[in-house]
Every structure is written in structure tokens, then in C-alpha cells.
Design a binder for this molecule. Structure first.
Ligand code: GLU
Length: 452
């Protein structure tokens, strides 16, 4: 229950964040989602207020912005803007992905870096939070153009990162290919072979299960939520959005566990296959997306089903929903549709895929279980943390070993959500649980360091 006094505290805190960060709606949204839970939590714990812990957490340690100049295949000079937001390193080196997408700007990267601090804390591994990227659009670019861009980007980024300082990885638009080009350039510039990036290929220090980890972790979190309520995934109809790394490996794990995956999407629309996307069909989609870099609509010409141009899958009746595309992809009316169609649970594979208005609608429907991205998609960065451990040990673990660790980490995250998010009536607020548990560890470390 939020008292009037706490509501005043929340409003004045958010007004301050808005004043200090004008024109950054995504960042403000991410802060609001956390502050709504943290301000009531710290109301009777004056040390957090006296030491301005939340104010300090919302101010990045630093942001590096830089020019990225490269040459396209026709010899034209091209200019993009690169960023690295080093948000908080209280519990470990900055850690978080790099996004290449035309929508990248400082607000988007600050929201992602802020989220990353809490997510990384939840994993239990020693990782701080950061995020980087550029407004570069890899779509339609040749392989050589992507290579030249990655090399130019890393030429500046290499001055600000290091295995004990800041360890980037992939995100939207940055996969194994881009990480390979960036790692190669770092190695050439620094003359050091070290674990400075994660998501590397197996041949040069990558971890098994890293490509699968975010999608698998999202399904493991769903399994945990359902098991806590004495239910399971088997036989359930699942709507998944996206068709990148997170979505396809989420679908793969769901199929393996006997669920029926009925949708996938890309930025142009979604496909609905009522007969279920099988393992073979999914392999075809992975080839389409990763090798041919084609559109999801091609699926219906190959396998049937229906394609919906310009729409998202949330109108399709489903029992479990996995938003795995991008931020703000479930709005208020999508949430209402999911509820109307009897959806039982949502696990967020993408970062902040649900708008604040949609979260409110979902929270009003207590039977609908809802795991926030900082818990449900933490599997990716968790295996990145395990990749860092393997690099430090100069070892490579087996698939089973990594999967076992991943399982334990997600179980640990679920336990923390239950510990800090369970109300007197037994209802688990996974948002509150994840926010409070993620906050506690980082805040304790910041208090230990004194005023800085
Ligand atoms: N970009 C991913 C995330 O949002 C992974 C980050 C990483 O592996 O460092 O968590």
C-alpha cells in the first residue's frame, strides 16, 4: 500500500529525474517502473534516503559519446553516433550489450543501462550495469560494410572498456558476426587476447549456450512461475513476438518442453500458425533470419498459416505470452486483449516490452502472472557472466555445465522475486520482487563505499 506521503516522495523524485533528463522518455519510464517499488520499500529505511542512493543510481557514472566514421561499398563516407553508458559498477565491472539500430539514442541506452544494473544484480554474479550502441542500421548493409562499421566503432570504444572495467556484448543488431568483428579489432588495437566482450564464437573464447541463453532463460523463468502455482508449460499455446535470437531460442525451448508456439513476428508484421511451429519450421525461420536476412511473411508461403501486416500477435488467443521483440510492444489495448483471451502468464524476453499503462492493467488482474524483463531475460547476461568466468579460468565448460548454472541462476532469481514480492494474500508481484532484490545488493555495496 502506498501512503500519501510516499506518493508525494515518488512524484517529487520523478519530477527531479525528468528535470535533469529532458527529452528522455524511455529512461524516465524505466526509472519510474523501479521507483514505484523502491520508494515505498525505503520509506522506513532512512539510510537509503540520507545517502541519496536512488538519486545516485539514476545518474550514470559516465556516458561516452563518439563519432563513428566509415566508408560504404560505393566509397561514400558515412557518419554515425556511438555511445557507451557506464551506469553503475558498485558490484562488478560494467556489463551490458551493444545495440545497433536506427532508433538508438541516449534515452534508449540510458533506460537499457539502468535496467541492466538491476538485472545483473539479480543474477548473483559480480557484474555492474552498462549499455552501448549506435544509430547504425545493419539492415540492407553488406557484410563488408558491417565489418568496417564495427571496426570504426571499436577503434574508439576500445579506449573505454577492458575485462575488469567494462565488458560489452550483443543486443538488437549485434550478434556473433558483429561481436567477432569488434573483438578482432580490439585484439589488434590493444595486442591483448582477453575476455573484453562476451557472445564470442566458441573458437575464440565464447561460452556454450550463450546464443540460446536469453530465450532459454525466459522459458525457465516461466516454468518457475508456473511451478510455484503448481502448473506447467506442457501443452500450452504460446504467442511469441520477434524472430531474433531471443524469440527463436525461446520458441525452441518451448517446443522441446511440449508447448505449442503459434506466433512469431518481425518489424513488418506477424505470422500465426494455428497448427504450431515445429522444430523443423523453426530451423527454417532461423536460416531465413540469420543467413538470408529475409522477412517473416515468407513463412506462410512455405508452411501456410496467416500473415498480419503491421500488427503484433497479442490479439491471438494464447495461454502464455512471450514478448521477445523490443521495448513498448505491449500497450494498454494489447494487455486488455491478452486478458480477455484468458492469457495465464507473461514472461518478458525483450527489455521493457510493456508500457506503464499496460502494466497497470495487468496488475489489476492478479491471476495473470507477469515476470519483468530484468528477471525473465537475465539468462543472457548470466551466461555472459559465465563466459567471463570461463575466460578468466582459461577453460570452456560443457553444454550441460553451462545449462545447469543457467537453471540455478534463474531459480535463484525466481526465489528472490518470491521473497521480496509476496503479499500477505500469497500473490507474487514479480515486478516488486525483482526491483527490490536487484536494488538491495547494489545499494549495500554503495553504502559500503561511502559518499562518492
Ligand atoms: N543485451 C543483453 C541484455 O539485455 C545481454 C547483455 C550481456 O550479455 O552483457 O541483457
Amino acid at each position: 500500500m502506498v501512503s500519501t506521503h510516499q506518493a508525494d516522495d515518488l512524484n517529487s523524485f520523478l519530477a527531479g529525474v525528468e528535470r535533469r533528463n529532458p527529452g528522455e522518455p524511455e529512461f524516465l519510464q524505466a526509472v519510474q517502473e523501479v521507483a514505484m517499488d523502491i520508494i515505498p520499500y525505503i520509506a522506513d529505511k532512512p539510510i537509503y534516503k540520507d545517502l541519496m542512493i536512488l538519486e545516485r543510481m539514476t545518474e550514470p557514472d559516465r556516458i561516452v559519446t563518439f563519432r563513428v566514421v566509415w566508408e560504404d561499398d560505393d566509397g561514400n563516407v558515412r557518419v554515425n553516433r556511438g555511445f557507451r553508458v557506464q551506469q553503475n559498477n558498485a558490484i562488478g565491472p560494467y556489463k551490458g550489450g551493444i545495440r545497433f539500430h536506427p532508433t538508438v539514442n541516449q534515452s534508449v541506452l540510458k533506460f537499457l543501462a539502468f535496467e541492466q544494473v538491476f538485472k545483473n544484480s539479480l543474477t548473483g554474479l559480480p557484474m555492474g550495469g552498462g549499455k552501448g550502441g549506435a544509430d547504425f542500421n545493419p539492415k540492407g548493409k553488406s557484410d563488408r560494410e558491417v565489418m568496417r562499421f564495427c571496426q570504426a566503432f571499436m577503434t574508439e570504444l576500445s579506449k573505454h572498456i577492458g575485462p575488469d572495467t567494462d565488458v560489452p556484448a550483443g543486443d538488437i543488431g549485434v550478434g556473433a558476426r558483429e561481436v567477432g568483428y569488434m573483438f578482432g579489432q580490439y585484439k589488434r588495437l590493444m595486442n591483448r587476447f582477453e575476455g573484453v566482450l562476451t557472445g564470442k564464437a566458441l573458437e575464440f573464447g565464447g561460452s556454450r549456450i550463450r546464443p540460446e541463453a536469453t530465450g532459454y532463460g525466459c522459458v525457465y523463468m516461466m516454468e518457475e512461475m508456473l511451478a510455484h502455482h503448481k502448473e506447467s508449460i506442457e501443452g500450452r499455446s504460446c504467442a511469441v513476438s520477434g524472430s531474433g535470437n531471443v524469440a527463436t531460442y525461446c520458441a525452441e525451448k518451448l517446443i522441446e518442453l511440449g508447448a505449442k508456439v503459434i506466433t512469431l513476428s518481425d518489424s513488418a508484421g506477424f505470422i500465426h500458425d494455428p497448427s504450431g511451429i515445429t522444430h523443423d519450421k523453426l530451423m527454417w525461420i532461423m536460416e531465413l533470419k540469420n543467413k538470408r536476412r529475409g522477412r517473416i511473411e515468407e513463412y506462410v508461403r512455405e508452411f501456410g498459416g496467416e500473415y498480419f501486416e503491421g500488427e503484433r500477435p497479442w490479439n491471438v488467443p494464447c495461454e502464455l505470452a512471450f514478448p521477445c521483440a523490443t521495448q513498448n510492444e505491449i500497450d494498454k489495448s494489447d494487455a486488455e486483449k491478452l486478458i480477455k483471451n484468458g492469457c495465464r502468464a507473461i514472461a518478458e524476453g525483450a527489455n521493457m516490452p510493456t508500457t506503464p499503462e499496460a502494466i497497470k492493467v495487468i496488475q489489476g488482474k492478479k491471476e495473470l502472472l507477469h515476470s519483468p524483463s530484468k528477471a525473465a531475460n537475465a539468462g543472457g547476461v548470466a551466461v555472459s557472466g559465465l563466459e567471463m568466468s570461463q575466460n578468466s579460468l582459461r577453460l570452456q565448460w560443457s553444454r550441460d555445465e553451462v545449462d545447469d548454472h543457467l537453471h540455478k541462476i534463474i531459480r535463484g532469481i525466481h526465489d528472490q522475486c518470491v521473497e521480496f514480492g509476496t503479499a500477505a494474500d500469497g500473490h507474487v508481484d514479480y515486478f516488486k520482487g525483482a526491483n527490490v532484490a536487484g536494488f538491495n545488493k547494489v545499494a549495500s555495496a554503495m553504502i559500503a563505499y561511502g559518499v562518492m
